[in-house]
Ligand binder design. Structure first.
Ligand code: UT7
Length: 332
């Protein structure tokens, strides 16, 4: 008997309407379109401008659409895991709030925080629950309102991030499709290079932390870049090797969208043809936990049952990882 695996059976994404282009950023900070395009590949990002709406609203929009398109009743969902670095509150969890906004009443819901690798951590966690046989329908949603922690006076970070969310439905599969393997890593000694200095128990909010602009993202870009390039490529090569996948066997690379140069380096290391790499960073920038599901959503119509996908990410923490899955359906 084939072992039960967790397969993605539906995917949906949501990005807010408002665009923040490179030309807009030229008016705010000392930067230019050519620099941003050549160093990152980004042309514009989406921003959730409404100050009364948060990550849970982005996530709930993605999840509502997911339930509709998969014809799933909210009451039938067993669990909701939200990967986010910009929770609505420190507590309760954003997953809890998304469930409430979507009428999901019979699930237990919680967040996973692994910065930009969170969606892969959450997918792997959810897949374990499905494999036990006890859980039949789990939603994994990556949602981030990055604009809520971006310093629009810091040209080294404000050009990178955007807002967005994506969600997938996981269900049991006994036909050999689904999440087949993952390699996940973390190294907390990298925390100094990418973090939010204040707002947690180490540096609770104070007049001082606000004056110091310590509630915004801090990144030492060059160091993070160096680690990201080597670690994301290493782990993608490792997952291919241990599953005996050649570059011909891999149909799609679904990379975290942090920087086009990091994506290119990973694809080169995997010896992949560029036509097999999902890239939408030019439209959305780095949406943190939204990047990977937003790619799956945009490419859904091109994906075929049985396709081999490698998902890969690197983020603050440091955290990084790669996941191998066999796609389970042809889009309608
Ligand atoms: O998703 C989570 C993980 N995060 C990442 O993977 C991000 C990794 N890092 C990066 O993507 C890149 O390091 C950045 C895009 C953040 C920066 O690109 P870089 O090629 O590493 O630039 P740099 O920091 O080495 O800066 C090069 C120069 C500097 O000027 P000097 O010192 O050479 O005179 C910067 O001050 O570019 C300058 N610079 C800018 N110039 C115009 C930095 N930001 C800008 C800007 N516009 N926005």
């Amino acid at each position: 008997m084939t072992k039960v695996k967790a397969a993605i059976t539906a995917v949906n994404g949501y990005v807010p309407e408002d665009k923040l282009t490179n030309a807009d950023l030229e008016k705010i900070v000392d930067t230019n379109d050519e620099w941003i395009r050549s160093r990152t590949g980004i042309e514009e990002r989406r921003i959730l401008k409404d100050p009364t709406r948060a990550s849970s609203d982005l996530g709930a929009a993605a999840v509502k659409g997911l339930l509709e398109k998969s014809n799933t009743a909210p009451e039938d969902i067993d669990m909701v895991i939200c990967a986010t670095a910009t929770p609505d509150h420190l507590f309760p969890s954003t997953a809890n709030i998304i469930s409430d906004k979507c009428g999901i009443k019979n699930a237990w819901s919680y967040d996973i925080m692994a910065a930009c690798s969170g969606f892969l951590y959450a997918l792997t966690t959810a897949s374990q629950f499905i494999e036990t046989g006890k859980y039949k329908k789990i939603i994994v949603v990556g949602a981030d309102k990055m604009s809520s922690i971006v310093d629009y006076e810091d040209r080294t970070t404000c050009i990178i991030f955007g807002d967005g969310a994506g969600a997938v439905l996981l269900e049991p599969n006994e036909d050999g499709e689904g999440i087949l393997d993952s390699v996940l890593k973390s190294d907390g000694s990298g925390r100094a290079f990418l973090h939010q200095k204040a707002g947690g128990s180490l540096n609770p909010a104070s007049v001082q932390t606000v004056q110091n602009r310590d509630h915004f993202i801090f990144q030492e870009g060059r160091t993070v870049f160096k680690f990201a390039v080597s670690k994301m490529a290493d782990v993608s090569a490792e997952i291919m090797q241990r599953n005996e996948l050649s570059s011909e066997d891999v149909d799609w690379l679904v990379p975290h969208q942090a920087n086009l140069r990091i994506i290119d380096a990973t694809a080169r290391r995997m010896n992949l043809d560029p036509s097999k790499v999902m890239i939408n960073i030019q439209k959305y920038g780095n949406t943190t936990n939204g990047t990977i599901p937003l790619c799956l959503w945009e490419w859904e119509n091109k994906l075929k049952k049985g396709n081999n996908l490698v998902l890969a990410a690197f983020g603050g923490g440091f955290t990084w990882g790669a996941l191998y899955l066999k796609w389970a359906y042809d889009a309608k």
